[in-house]
Ligand binder design. Structure first.
Ligand code: FMN
Length: 192
């Protein structure tokens, strides 16, 4: 069992990394963390080549990252909330999922059977609007076969370090349990 964590924070030792560190400590399986800031990754430019070629033609690291996500048993998207959505590095990655969306729309791609996954977010404050950042992450994970990701939002990082957030730690514990389970059930309803 291999879990791939895709980290969309620009800070390798930031709040999001502190949250993924909590998760990694709880996971009994092999785990790889990929920092998007270390990848050569451009945003989708809507060139529409994927509509005829069923793949993205931009020559960068996306194909490699996609292969890693597809071969992992579980995929975790971790990112800070920026203006109530995902950070730009994470949105850049997700924009490239357009090739999967186009392939699905033309009937040449079907997301694989159930894959486990999770979305981990950190946010500087506690605004309820921050939850909207889950939406693009859910849409992208669905294209990888993750229909019911565990979802954790760790708020207030401006004033409280992630490691002092007891509630977030408990949610991470539940997410780790969910990620390694083989039950086709959605994650516990206590999650955001
Ligand atoms: C451009 C930008 C936009 C942000 N927008 C929000 C926001 O909408 N809501 C919020 O609570 N925090 C916001 N923040 C704060 C970050 O979400 C928070 O500091 C996060 O925990 C940083 O994680 P990191 O240390 O992994 O980068 C924003 C930060 C930046 C740089």
């Amino acid at each position: 069992m291999h879990t791939l964590i895709v980290n969309g924070s620009p800070h390798k030792n930031g709040s999001t990394a502190a949250l993924t560190d909590l998760l990694r400590r709880q996971l009994p399986c092999e785990c790889t963390e990929l920092f998007l800031r270390e990848q050569a990754l451009s945003p989708c430019v809507d060139c529409r080549a994927c509509q005829t070629q069923n793949r993205c033609v931009i020559p960068d690291d996306f194909a490699k990252i996609l292969a890693a996500m597809q071969s992992a048993d579980a995929v975790v998207f971790a990112a800070p909330v920026w203006f109530c959505t995902l950070s730009v590095p994470m949105l850049t990655l997700i924009s490239r999922f357009q090739c999967l969306w186009a392939a699905q729309a033309s009937g040449v791609y079907t997301p694989p059977a159930k894959k486990n996954g999770a979305i981990l977010l950190t946010a500087g404050n506690g605004s309820p609007k921050n939850k909207t950042a889950f939406i693009p992450a859910r849409e992208a994970l669905r294209l990888l076969g993750v229909d019911h990701p565990a979802e954790v939002l760790c708020p207030d990082t401006d004033t409280r370090p992630v490691r002092e957030n007891i509630q977030a730690a408990e949610q991470i514990r539940q997410a780790a349990e969910f990620l390694t389970s083989d039950k086709p059930n959605p994650p516990p309803s206590g999650m955001i």
